[in-house]
Design a protein around this ligand. Sequence first.
Ligand code: SF4
Length: 445
Amino acid sequence: MALTGLDIFKLLPKTNCKKCGVPTCLAFAMQLAQKRAKLEDCPYVSDEAKAKLAAAAAPPMRKVAFGSGDARVQVGQETVMFRHEEKFHNPTVVAVSVSDKLSGQQLNERIERINALQFERVGTRIGVKAAVVINESGRADDFVRVCEAVSKGSSLALILVTQSLEAMRAAATKLAPAKPLLAAATRGTAEAMAKIARDAGCPLAAKGESVEELAEVSEKIKAGGVEDIVLWLDAPSLREQLYGLSRMRALALKRLFRPIGYPVIAFGGGGTADRQSAAAIALACKYAGIVVVDTIEPWAILPVLTAVMNIYSDPQKPVQVEPKVYAIGEPGVDSPLMFTTNFSLTYYTVESDVEASRVSSYILVVDTEGTSVLTAYSGDKLNEKSVAEAMAKHSVDKLVRHRKIIIPGYVAVLSGKIEEATGWEVLVGPRECSMLPKYLRETWV
Ligand code: SF4
């Protein structure tokens, strides 16, 4: 909860000296609350008041980064409970575990399969972003060996999981340049783990069985000099985990309860790959910043990544592609030319159906502010004028020597107007683009 103008006023000198450029301290406080003035504009604010105001201005949930170079990821800094209130900011990091009991060929194969969990969806690369080395062996030397192997064998951020101070100290010291997330400190190890994290310059997870315990551990870690903290609620079931995570989000954002104002790491639990996938999606929805699974099945990971992509897209901004001409295959002057809109999902559906036809083609993408064909038509963003402008802007007359353009069947009503506006012959394509391959192979030819 941000401070109100009156809260801020109580911290000001109340002399009404006007040095800040406004007539009274109260007016200045109101401007500060509306972020229309800067605290530095008042030369008389005490250090104590500055500290209080700075603390109140800090985001309700801290942003925490781990990994280095291209592997660097960041989580947290969320500001709303529900996506439609604004948007979510830092997408959930999907991470896959590696046991330190593995060695040799088995270890290399697992690293390779985790590396391969990268996909392209509607023109965007999505994939696993972190590997989680778990100290199942209980031995420090095995833990360090596997941490080093994963660090060398993959370009993912690292999360090191052990309760052993000896193993954590050894691995954190070796892996410090990679800036792994260390997990986790408990009530009994908070001070010692904080020292390891501070010495290595790494963020540290706090682990507890209840929200209250987590608050206590995070406070101890902070007192130990570590600011970048991640919370790990060790709940006995998915149901309790989801309940606890929702409560933590509300405490952080609505109550500004600082000891809980950190991103969360959650484990999807064991079981079959489909169960892990479902649990990971539920945890990403409510409200895990990092979600860890054990499965390396691409069919189980892709739905999690897709869900994260959807949850973290800006609800006020449709996902768009650049309005321009796209060449599919190796089109020439006699190839078909068609148009669609720049709503990402529409474009990529059309693109994949044109590819499936194996008829090299040009797709002209008209800027409709990221809306689909029918929405754009109803909102008058797709009309003869916008199509003619796009054709002229992208010089389609230089790409093909015929003067024919295929339009989506759903806007067949525009055909006469487009012909008048452009002088091109309009061919009405199918309503559903799944029929495009048949249309291009049979009707166009
Ligand atoms: Fe009040 Fe400070 Fe402004 Fe003077 S400069 S009026 S003390 S807020």
